[in-house]
Structure formats: C-alpha cells, structure tokens
Design a protein around this ligand. Structure first.
Ligand code: MIG
Length: 659
C-alpha cells in the first residue's frame, strides 16, 4: 500500500507516475518536526536494516553513516564522501517495523542513518515543502516492488547495450578510434561499443564533431557499424558560448538557457570555456535541447552518455569576484588560510547554484531549490526526444547525474571511481540499491577511472562487470592505458569477456523480465532468503535474476574467497580453457578458489540458465542453439525479442527451455 503526505507546496518532480492517494497528517512511524524545515526521526532497533539510497556511498545496509543527497561532481569516492552524483531519496527500514519512505524533494536532503546516534535515523531538509510517500508491505522486497510500480517502468536499452564497450577520456583522432576496434577484432576480444569522450567534438561544442578528424562522420559511423561496433558519443550539459554556433544562438534567441536574477544568461566555465545551461526544467526548452540529438542520430548514432549534468561548474565570473575580495582579506592574517578564501571545491559550497534560475510554469525557480532535478531532466530531454525521433527503435542512453524518475528515460554509470580494489566492492553494493530505486541499466567504469589500473584489478573487475547490465572499460585522461589488449596474455580477457557473451541471452532475459515486471535484476541475499539470519550480513554477494548468485573476488593477490550459501547451490566456474567446472556445495560457508582468468557463478538448487557459444558481438550470438547449465530437470523461461523495437508484450517473446 502506498500513501502520499503533502507538506507545504512541493515542487512537482514527476518522479511518481501512479495515482497515489493523499492522506492528511503524518505517517504512523517515528516523529515529525515540521517547523524550521522538515525532520523525520525514527529510533531503530538494534537489528534493523536500512536499505535504499540508490547510487549512494557505502553499504547495502546504509546504517552507520550520513548521506547528503545533493548531486555533486566529486571524483574522490573515498568512504568519507557524503554526496555523489545522484539523489535517490528512497529508503526502506526493515526490522521491528518494516516500511519504505520516498522523500520527493528536489534539493539537498540529509539522511543521518545512525551517524549522530547509532540508534537514530533522521532525514531532514531545510524547507518543509515535499511529497512524502509511505510504502507498506510484507517485506522489503514487496515494498520495493510496490514502489517500482508507482514510479513507472524502467528504461529498456537495445540489446547491443549488453555487449562490452571500450572507452577512454583522451581518444581524439579517427586513427585512435580505429586502432581500438582493430586491436579488439585482431585478438577476437568481443566488442559492441566504442565510446566517444569529449575530444570528438569541435571545441567541446555539443552535437558537433571535430571536422578535421571526421570530415565524413556518417561514413565513420557506418564503417564502425560494418565492424559490429556502435559509436556512443558523450553530451555535456553546458552549451558553449560562441556566436555563430547555432545551438548557442538559438538558445539565446529563444530564451532557453538558465538565467540570472537580472534576466541575463548565467555563465558557467566548463570544458568549452564559458557555457550556458539549457533550462531542461522548462518543457519547451527541454524539447528543443532533446531535438539536437537528432543531428548525431541522422549520422547513424544510436547511443549517448550524458555527462557533467549535476551540473558540474568549474567556476563562474561571480565566484572569481568573491574570491578576489576574500583573498585580500585572508592575506591580512598569518598564516595564510586557503579555506578562508572560500577555496572550497564545490559549486554548492561556493553558492553558485543560487545564482541562476529555471523557468517553470511562468515563474522563476532558483536552481539550488531544484538542483537534484537537473541531470534527470537533461536525460529526460534526450529520452523524450529519442522516442519522438525513432519511435520504433530503442537507443542506448545513460547519465551521470540522476534523480528517481530518470530511471524511465535512461540508465546511469556510477561516475569517476578509481583503480582501487575497494571500488569493485562499492560497485557491487550499489547495484542492488540502484535497482530498489528503479535504475536497472547501470554499471561502473571497469578497471577504474582515476589512477592507474593493473592487469589483475581489471580482470577481477571485469569478472564482476560480466554481470552488470552496462559493461564498460573506461579510464581518465593521463592514466595508464587500460584497454584489454594493453596487457600480457590477452586471451584471459577474451575469455572473461567471452563469458559475458555466453551469458547475454540469460542476462538480457532477466533484465527484460525485471524491467517489464517492475522487478529487481540484482537483489541483496536477504530479499530472497528472508528467514536466513546470515543473509542480511552479506555485503559482497548479490542475487542475480531468479536463478543465480554472484560472488566476485575483490582482493588483490587472493586466489579465491569465502562465500556464504543460504541454500544448496551449483558452483560453476568458467575456466580459461573454455570448459566449466561444476560442483554442488552445501548451504553454509565455503572457501572457493577462483583464478584470475576464471568467472565464478552460483546456480540455485533446482534452477538452470541458458548459455550460448561466445561471439564477438551481441548480434552474432546464436540464440537458436542454447545449452542449459544448472540442475537436471529444471526449466527456464527465456525472454527474447529483436533487441531493437518496443514490442515487448508479444507472447512469442517467451519460450520455455528444459534441461
Ligand atoms: O571533468 O569527459 O565522469 O567519464 O571521461 C571530467 C571527460 C569530465 C567526467 C566523466 C568521465 C569523462 C570525463 N568527464
């Protein structure tokens, strides 16, 4: 059961699509303080678990820290950070009482989940203007299912998006791009996508390509397509200020950019130098910006990633001004205190989100009050346009910043992680929480974005990425080269990524069932084994679909790991020589050995999954000849469609396979 409580005058976010009955008063859990802001306080039982928060830092159980949901471009994903790129304000308390709460509030909101006091959950925001949704159900899983129904069907990508993609910030020349594809193909390492980072553009201008490098861009796109590779260009939030650049000229002329209080266009310096932000909260401006994606679609592109849409700001002229005054004052004291200059790295701390406005329903809304909706609406602009432009063709689309509601338009990647072992685990933990909030198409930069990767880190991370819907190797400018072919014995990479392709029919089928039924693709163990007292403790394994459990190795130099089995399972290893090892393991704790070039998978008792022969692209997979892996006598209901159109509901998409 879902009920809605309205406090003050909430800003409409369109996060919830279902009609939810509104009730007066406050929910019957905890206490509420509604003066001087909004505050919910709840005393947690010793064993209560708090799930949710999507792309937030730390554990599957969010207890023990404070999370400030305010979309932030922070590349230091240490344990300490409280704000990441997204604001997914949905939590589920599971324990003495079990209930879910979605705080539909578009600006900074804090979840103190046992940080100030270990037994106290507080959620607070500075203004008492929000819609609060209470979800009650039999279990956390049931609550998630109900919530998911209320927020609408998750984004469905084309099937090729389940292939492997290579990316790097720094590829610039056509020759560099071609080399990546040549080297993957020469080594027969599967590849479906090649990502174009900002350097493909003409002076970082959205929807342009560098004319010197790509004199015939459509020809380049179709050459790549002939080799089975989809090009996926990046689009940044800021539109370069440059007279004669038509996106800029049109946006100014029509008034589609965010404005300052005095009505002038707000200036933010990002990669292209000064930019304006399209006012994607205004439906007219949103439609206009979305329509620009058509240019690249006309060139043959069928996928995009939206970046810098928190929005990230390097500096503004106003900030430079503030800085000068504070600098002079700070210079009068010894020792010099850089913090006194306001050298805080984030635009929020610099007050820059208070400097511009959105045009909504005839009024001006200051950005900081709706900050968390920007990335959502930039991606919504693209998603709505893609459906208009190509109603019968699914396109790949994912974003860095997001809010619940955006899950209907695109997926996400988890942003600028690092080549750290701990970030394999962070990647795993986030996946289930993201699913709770509607985000099914998701993945991390495999191998790590910042810092230098190592061969073993990349292999272990890929062995997790085999199972995440988005499987992409991406790294930052200036880091060590990270394509699979840069390391010795590339056949190990061919094998690990090949396992992904063998599993694509299964993973796609489970993804589609999850999306079509508002279900989860990844679940915490406790969602599947609610009676098992150990299951809630497990933070480094996940249930995948209805058949499997995954438990990647994430420790350097480890030859295997401990794993907990809530029930008897078939432990499968995809061995480097292409064969499989299979062993039935009893419920309980086990140490399992997993070599660097192996992929482990656990199949639940009485279940089986389909397996294809590996291929170098998703399109080349032979799904007419699948074998079944798992328990004898088991059957599997396979979902398969053409992977492109939107005819999901055709009963012919389902077939039952029996082992
Ligand atoms: O300020 O486009 O998260 O994936 O490679 C950095 C360059 C801007 C941040 C993205 C990253 C991308 C990078 N971008």
């Amino acid at each position: 059961m879902i009920q809605k409580y309205i406090f003050g005058s909430p800003f409409p976010t369109d996060a919830v699509t279902a009609q939810v009955p509104q009730v007066p008063g406050v929910p019957p859990y905890g206490t509420f303080s509604l003066s001087g802001g909004f505050r919910f306080t709840y005393t947690m039982g010793a064993d209560d678990i708090v799930y949710g928060l999507g792309a937030a830092n730390r554990g599957i159980n969010k207890r023990g820290y404070r999370y400030v949901n305010s979309c932030t471009d922070d590349t230091m994903h240490s344990e300490a950070i409280q704000s990441m790129y997204a604001a997914h304000n949905f939590i589920i308390v599971s324990g003495r009482e079990t209930f879910g709460l979605f705080f539909d509030y578009p600006s900074s909101i804090t979840f103190d989940i046992g940080y100030t006091r270990m037994d106290t959950l507080t959620v607070f925001c500075p203004r008492c203007d929000l819609a609060l949704y209470l979800v009650e159900g039999d279990s956390p899983y049931d609550i998630v299912r109900q919530f998911r129904r209320a927020i609408g069907r998750s984004y469905i990508p084309p099937k090729f998006a389940f292939g492997f993609g290579q990316s790097r910030w720094g590829y610039k020349t056509q020759a560099e791009f071609r080399t990546v594809v040549e080297r993957y193909r020469a080594l027969h390492i599967p590849l479906d996508m090649l990502y174009l980072d900002i350097d493909y553009m003409d002076h970082y201008k959205d929807f342009t390509v560098n004319p010197e490098e790509f004199p015939d861009f459509p020809g380049f796109v179709s050459d790549m397509a002939d080799q089975g590779v989809h090009l996926v260009p990046i689009i940044d939030a800021g539109v370069k200020v440059e007279e004669g650049y038509d996106v800029y000229d049109e946006g100014v002329e029509k008034g589609y950019f965010c404005k300052r209080a005095d009505g002038s266009e707000f200036l933010a310096a990002v990669w292209p130098g000064y930019t304006h932000f399209p006012d994607v909260l205004d439906p007219e401006a949103r439609a206009w910006f979305g329509e620009k994606y058509r240019r690249l679609i006309d060139a043959g592109v069928d996928g995009f990633w939206n970046d810098m849409n928190e929005p990230s700001i390097f500096y503004t002229p106003e900030y430079a001004e503030q800085f000068r005054a504070k600098l002079e004052a700070a210079l009068k004291t010894v020792p010099f205190n850089p913090n006194a200059v306001g050298a805080k790295p984030k635009p929020e701390a610099r007050g820059e989100y208070e400097l511009f406005y959105h045009h909504v329903d005839g009024r001006q809304v200051r950005h900081d009050l709706v900050h968390n909706l920007y990335g959502y609406n930039m991606t919504r602009a693209a998603g709505e346009a893609l459906e208009r432009i190509a109603p019968d063709k699914r396109m790949l689309l994912f974003s860095r910043s997001s809010y619940i509601g955006m899950h209907r338009y695109g997926g996400i990647w988890t942003g600028d992680n690092r080549s750290w072992w701990s970030h394999i685990l962070l990647n795993l933990k986030m996946m289930a929480s993201l699913n709770m909030c509607g985000f099914l198409y998701a993945g991390a930069d495999l191998g790590g974005f910042g810092d230098n990767t190592t061969r073993d880190l990349l292999l272990r991370w890929l062995a997790l990425g085999v199972f995440t819907p988005l499987m992409r190797d991406h790294t930052a400018l200036g880091t060590r080269e990270q394509e699979c072919y840069q390391f010795e014995d590339p056949e190990d990479f061919r094998h690990v990524i090949g396992v992904r392709y063998r599993l694509v029919p299964y993973l796609y089928s489970e993804y589609m069932k999850a999306a079509l039924n508002d279900d989860m693709y990844f679940k915490p163990l406790a969602f599947v084994y609610p009676e098992d007292p150990m299951a809630p403790q497990v933070e480094d394994q996940l249930m995948l679909g209805d058949q499997c459990m995954i438990a990647p190795v994430y420790v350097q130099n480890a030859r295997g790991r401990y794993v907990y089995l809530p029930e008897e399972m078939l432990f499968v290893k995809f061995l480097a020589d292409g064969t499989l090892s299979q062993e039935v393991l009893a419920p309980g704790h086990h140490y399992v050995e997993v070599a660097l070039n192996e992929v482990p998978l656990f199949i639940r008792r009485g279940r089986c999954i389909p397996l294809a022969e590996a291929a170098e692209t998703v399109a080349a997979l032979d799904t007419a000849h699948l074998t079944l892996l798992g328990w004898d006598g088991a059957s599997y209901e396979l979902y398969e469609d053409d992977g492109v159109s939107r005819s999901y509901d055709d009963p012919a998409n389902y077939r039952t396979l029996t082992k």
